[in-house]
Write a protein that binds this ligand. Structure first.
Ligand code: ZN
Length: 134
């Protein structure tokens, strides 16, 4: 069994330079707040769990939107594939006509199709009109 001073040496070795001072300040701050390390760990784990849950929910919504888009998207008049959609709202410099949305075809299972159209309707409005406003 290692002596306490050996443990302390190991701990100190893990904090090069000024990081030890920061670590000790943090420990003092935690101690002054009356919070235990386990309470802090639990709190951090809880935050991590909430973020993970949010992230999973966002992924689920995106997946559902993609599924609904594939089902309801306007079809390309040239090849019949579902058009892809992207917002142009952040492209103000190169978008003098004020187009809000770019609907376009792309590489699909059959070929490369270059069909595209522009719209003054926003992506959000188009999705809402198609019933894809999750
Ligand atoms: Zn096409």
């Amino acid at each position: 069994m290692l002596s306490k001073s050996k443990y302390m040496e190991d701990i100190l070795a893990a904090f090069p330079g000024k990081t030890l001072r920061m670590f000790l300040d943090l420990l003092l701050h935690i101690e002054n707040a009356g919070v235990t390390i386990n309470e802090l760990k639990d709190y951090l784990q809880n935050l991590k769990d909430i973020e993970l849950k949010k992230s999973k929910e966002i992924k689920r919504i995106i997946k559902e939107k993609d599924r609904l888009w594939a089902e309801k998207a306007p079809k390309c008049p040239d090849c019949g594939e579902a058009l892809k959609i992207r917002s142009l709202i952040s492209c103000k410099k190169a978008n003098l006509r004020g187009w809000k949305t770019h609907l376009f075809c792309d590489i699909n299972s059959n070929s490369v199709c270059l069909y595209e159209e522009f719209s003054l309707t926003s992506v959000e409005e188009i999705l809402r009109e198609l019933g894809i406003d999750l």
